[in-house]
Design a protein around this ligand. Sequence first.
Ligand code: UDP
Length: 362
Amino acid sequence: MTSDKVVACIIGTRPEAIKMAPVISAMKESSAFRCVVVTTGQHRELLNQMLEKLDIQPDHHLDLMTEGQGLSDLFARMLPGLETVFAKERVDVVLAQGDTATTFCAALAAFHQKIPFGHIEAGLRTNDLLNPFPEEGYRQMVSRISRWNFAPTKSAADNLISEGVAPDRIHVTGNTGIDSLLKYAGKSPAKSLSGKRMILLTAHRRENFGEPIKAIFRAVKRVVERFDDVEVIYPVHPNPNVRELAKEMLGNHPRISLLAPLDYFQFIGAMKESTLILTDSGGIQEEAPALGKPVLVMRETTERPEAVQGGHALLVGMAESSIFYATENLLTNHKLLSAMSRSGFPFGDGNASGRILGVLLD
Ligand code: UDP
């Protein structure tokens, strides 16, 4: 690739900013590319907080989200918005990460313009189109139209091979989220708050809204009532479906702190400080093993089996009793807790962005 190649990096959500940041910064340091950063504003509030912290200055803010907008309406605005930027900047390559509406629109808009698309974090699968929804469908469709599938692990690459993706379109690179984590972990100190054992909780997935999230909250309350040396820190996602319920069900307990979303550095500090992490998030399943923190994954299935296979995580489902008993077991079984607190790197060694750039340069 010659030095005048223009690469558009598209970002719409908090995890995309975290995982694209090392790619953008490697590209800005390289004279081989001109990197154009485009944000769609899919998660405006969380995204802006992250961009500032990670020192990413977007070249184009599409700011497409409106109140109560459905996914089809979002697509109807995002596709032409992206195509206009691609034409204006004479983009040669488009890169996006993950499995959101932003990722799929970036891939589709690039496909419509016959611009090669590189998918970062390709090949994650649950093979259940409704779980996670709509992400599983988006990531499966993106793999069909990507020129480069940057798979974080060998098992993600194997998923792509088994779907018939040509091997010369697949590159195992590691996850760029680990690049970011290792870059910032040393700069994000763990601050001991109270001397109690701390459980870090995150819960926000769309498929968990309603009864499943209520079951999670009931389980958490049972845990703090069972152990008086345990406190829970919960940075609550701004989605009103989650925020109101969290306030109602967990708001009045002295050892449960409901916080606004933490910036990335504060969140890494909280992970380091925790005894264990309860989460339904994807990215946190990748980060926790690298920090040596046991994770209980409150989902029925995961597209990141490597953490479970490596003994860093347990899939505990979404029922109140299974979440409660798994947490109780971990807090009382010191052997298990210490075995799960070994650090490990099943998702990458921190050099994924360099490998991605290497493939593009080739
Ligand atoms: N994160 C953060 N602040 C928070 C909660 C999470 O910076 O209060 C980071 C976390 O370290 C991880 C990412 O956000 O890198 C995960 O985002 P999220 O759970 O929203 O998305 P998912 O990974 O499930 O797609």
